[in-house]
Design a binder for this molecule. Structure first.
Ligand SMILES: *Cc1c(COP(=O)(O)O)cnc(C)c1O
Length: 425
């Protein structure tokens, strides 16, 4: 008998479409050989990958378990029920909808559930660290609804709750979003809860970035303070690309109706299955260790960057994310990000609050520790990572390609000892 084939050699794909298979192989190498520092990314487990590539993909299942518009749902109903029950247990909520295709449609569904077109919604401004889908102008949520925005204080980089309260009481939004994409600090859900109650608004915690930290007990839970929780499943939660909406029972009907038939047709059952697997993983003790390690790594990395003279928005981090203002280093964010990429350090350029540069060429870069933590890197490695970033940014300023190549070689050497989950070794 021959040895079983490695599950990630993609034999059928290689035979049917070698061109595409070669691109997948190249991406596997890229993810293996680079230090991925984008805070919204991760490595899913082999089990999550396998679940998302199953024949569940072949089914149409409009509706919800037990109430479908299609026959043949004997297994699919159980798959979705498993995902829902696991979400309820992991996050401690009364209701979960696992069908939103991704975070953006999940947030549009929230608008659909609690506001009419033209109604006021409130969220954090995109350049301050909020998300497009919290009523920002270029998004459908800002075109069809009247978005009003709060920010962070110029001096502290922290949310100013006096400003939030004043704005909420003046504008009386139907919905208030808290949470964002470039927030390095703990979100004070209790403070938002008080303001939302005072203003008579539905409060939504968008925990897309921090869901894994919440599940693993490394960030306070929004559950006691908010009406609705919106989250992606593919960031710190380490599941497939997808999303969930969670709430108390009282909002269950409105959310379910908004997702289907309000916004979507058939759910992506292969994704639902992979979400169920990810949630099972998130309920294990090892996931708590991972979530706390993500934060410990970010704090160690922030310390090491501060020691090298980097300017961090809000002065550091409480979570998985660090936002760096490179103005004092005199290197624009985009030039730094592109140079770091050549050095094997994958980051994204980002605006910083009160940025004087343009969004497509901003002052900052955003980094995070979920992916490197999933590979097993620990706080003792973070001085090395900070050193690589420091050398990379300095080399970017001088156009020193040799220095970038030297960092890239060192990155490759270290990562060889830390194989990534889900990738061929
Ligand atoms: C990533 C993110 C989203 C959107 O998720 P997509 O799956 O990319 O549509 C929404 N809200 C927040 C806060 C996010 O970070």
């Amino acid at each position: 008998m021959t040895a079983p084939q490695h599950p990630y050699t993609h034999p059928a794909l290689t035979a049917a479409d070698p061109e595409l298979a070669a691109l997948v192989g190249a991406e596997e190498r890229l993810q293996a050989e680079t230090l991925r520092l984008i805070p919204s990314e991760n490595y899913v487990s082999a089990a999550v990958l396998e679940a998302s590539g199953t024949v569940l993909q072949n089914k149409y299942s409009e509706g919800y378990p037990g109430r479908r518009y299609y026959e043949g749902q004997q297994n699919i109903d159980q798959v979705e029920t498993l995902a829902v029950e696991r979400a309820k247990a992991v996050f401690g909520v009364e209701h979960a909808n696992v069908q939103p295709y991704s975070g953006s449609p999940a947030n549009l569904a929230v608008h659909l559930a609690f506001a009419e077109p033209g109604d006021t919604v409130m969220g954090m401004a995109l350049p301050m660290g909020g998300h497009l889908t919290h009523g920002w102008g270029v998004s459908a949520t800002g075109k069809w609804f009247r978005g009003v925005q709060y920010g962070v204080r110029h001096d502290t980089g922290l949310i100013d709750f006096d400003e939030v309260r004043e704005l909420a009481l003046k504008e009386r939004p139907k919905v208030i979003f808290c949470g964002g994409t470039a927030l390095p600090r703990t979100i004070d859900f209790a403070a938002f809860g008080e303001i939302a109650r005072e203003a008579g608004a539905v409060l939504v915690a968008d925990i897309a970035h921090i869901a894994g930290l919440v599940a693993g007990g490394a960030h306070p839970s929004p559950v006691p303070h908010v009406d609705v929780i919106s989250t992606t499943t593919h960031k710190t939660l380490r599941g497939p690309r997808g999303a969930m909406l969670m709430s108390r029972e009282e909002h269950a009907k409105a959310l379910d109706k908004a997702v289907f038939p309000g916004l979507q047709g058939g759910p992506h059952n292969q994704t639902t299955a992979a979400i169920a697997v990810a949630l099972r993983e998130a309920s294990q003790p090892s996931f708590r260790d991972y979530a706390h390690a993500v934060v410990a790594n970010a704090k160690a990395l922030a310390e090491a960057l501060l020691a090298r003279g980097f300017d961090l928005v809000s002065g550091g981090t409480d979570n998985h994310l660090i936002l760096m203002d490179l103005t004092p280093k005199q290197v624009p964010g985009k030039i730094a990000a592109k140079a770091l990429d050549r050095a094997g350090l994958v980051v994204n350029y980002n605006t910083v609050p009160y940025d004087t540069r343009k969004p497509f060429d901003p002052s900052g870069i955003r980094i995070g520790t979920p992916s490197l933590t999933s590979r097993g890197l620990a706080p003792e490695h973070m001085t090395l990572v900070a050193d690589w970033i420091d050398r990379g940014v300095a080399a970017a300023g001088k156009g020193d390609e040799q220095a970038l190549a030297a960092v890239r070689a060192e990155v490759g050497d270290l990562l060889g000892a830390f194989p990534a989950p889900g990738l061929p070794v």
